[in-house]
Write a protein that binds this ligand. Structure first.
Ligand code: CP
Length: 303
C-alpha cells in the first residue's frame, strides 16, 4: 500500500505514467466513470480549502465512487481532543482512501503510519502540498509539452508557501531548470531548500524586485502572502501587497511565459491579468481534477 506525502514519493517515470493517465482521463472521461464504484474517499480537512477538497471530491464522484468527510476540525472529534492517529484508525474502517489537510507539518505522515488505507497529504502547514505540485506539473507539461529547460520564477511568500516548496523539490529532478526566487527579505525560501539547490548545483538567485526578473522567465509561479501563517498581524499587513502583477508588468514578460498560481489569490495578481492568454491559473484548477482522478486510481491500484 502506498501513500503520497511528498511529490518525491513518485519517481519521474511514475509521474510520467500518472500524467499519461490524467491525459487519457481528460480525453476519454467515460472510460473511467465507473472505475471506483463501491469505493469511498474520506476528505479529512482540519484547515480551510476550496480547490483541494472539492477537486478530490469531484475526482472521486467522476470515477463513480462516494465521498465522506469533514471540512472543519471543529465539526470533527478533533475538537474533543482526538489525535490524528486515532482518527485515521477510525476512518480506515469507513473509507478506502483518505485525503488529509492539517495545519501541523507532518500530521498526514503520522496518520499514514497508523492507517490501513492510502493517505494523501492534501497540505500540511508550511511544509508540502504534493497534489498541488502534481497539478502544477501536469499544467506545465500539458501547455508547454515538457518539464525540462525552464527558468522558473517563484514570487511571494516563499518562506511559508508549501506549494512553492513542493514545486521546487519536484522540478529539481528535471534537466536544465533554474530558479529565480522573488520575495521580500522576510519571506525568503527556507535554508534547507537553498542548501539542497547548492548541493545539486541547480542555478538559482534570490531577488526582491519582480519587474527585473520578468524578462528572463519561462514560468512565473505567483503565491499569496498567507495571513494564517503569520504570528503578527502587523507583519502581514506590511507584506501582503508587496507584489501585485498587473497588465503593465506583464508587458515586461516574454510572449510565451506562463503565469501559474495555486490559488486562492488575494491582491497579488490583478484581475485585469486574467484575460491575458499567458495567465493559466484557472486552467490549472481543471488539471487538478484530472490528476487527482489519476492519483486515486493509482493508489487504489485500479489504474
Ligand atoms: N491551492 C489550494 O490548495 O487551494 P485550497 O486551499 O482552496 O485547497
Amino acid at each position: 500500500m502506498r501513500h503520497l506525502m511528498n511529490p518525491l514519493d513518485f519517481t519521474t517515470e511514475e509521474l510520467d505514467k500518472l500524467f499519461d493517465l490524467a491525459d487519457d482521463i481528460q480525453a476519454h472521461p467515460d472510460k473511467y466513470a465507473h472505475k471506483c464504484e463501491g469505493k469511498k474517499l474520506a476528505t479529512c480537512f482540519y484547515e480551510p480549502s476550496t480547490r483541494t477538497r472539492l477537486s478530490f471530491e469531484s475526482a472521486m464522484l467522476n470515477l463513480g465512487g462516494h465521498v465522506i468527510g469533514f471540512s472543519d476540525a471543529n465539526s470533527s472529534s478533533a475538537a474533543k481532543g482526538e489525535s490524528v492517529s486515532d482518527t485515521i484508525r477510525i476512518i480506515s474502517c469507513y473509507a478506502d482512501i483518505c485525503a488529509m489537510r492539517h495545519p501541523k507539518e507532518g500530521a498526514p505522515m503520522v496518520a499514514a503510519t497508523k492507517s490501513s488505507i492510502p493517505v494523501i497529504n492534501a497540505g500540511d502547514g508550511g511544509h508540502q502540498h504534493p497534489t498541488q505540485t502534481l497539478t502544477d506539473l501536469l499544467t506545465i507539461r500539458s501547455l508547454k509539452g515538457r518539464l525540462n529547460n525552464f527558468t522558473v520564477g517563484l514570487c511571494g511568500d516563499l518562506k511559508f508557501g508549501r506549494t512553492a516548496h513542493s514545486l521546487v523539490n519536484a522540478l529539481v529532478r528535471y534537466d536544465h531548470i533554474s530558479f529565480i526566487f522573488i520575495s521580500p527579505e522576510e519571506l525568503k525560501i527556507p535554508s534547507y531548500l537553498r542548501d539542497k539547490l547548492k548541493e545539486l548545483n541547480i542555478p538559482f538567485k534570490e531577488v526582491i524586485r519582480l519587474e527585473d526578473s520578468l524578462p528572463e522567465l519561462d514560468l512565473l509561479y505567483m503565491t499569496r502572502v498567507q495571513r494564517e501563517r503569520f504570528f503578527n498581524e502587523e507583519d502581514y499587513v506590511r507584506l501582503k501587497d508587496f507584489y501585485i502583477l498587473n497588465k503593465e508588468k506583464m508587458k515586461l514578460a516574454p510572449e510565451d511565459m506562463l503565469v501559474l498560481h495555486p490559488l486562492p489569490r488575494v491582491n497579488e495578481i490583478s484581475v485585469e491579468v486574467d484575460e491575458d492568454p499567458r495567465a493559466v491559473y484557472f486552467k490549472q484548477v481543471q488539471y487538478g481534477v484530472y490528476v487527482r482522478m489519476a492519483l486515486i486510481l493509482t493508489l487504489l491500484e485500479l489504474a
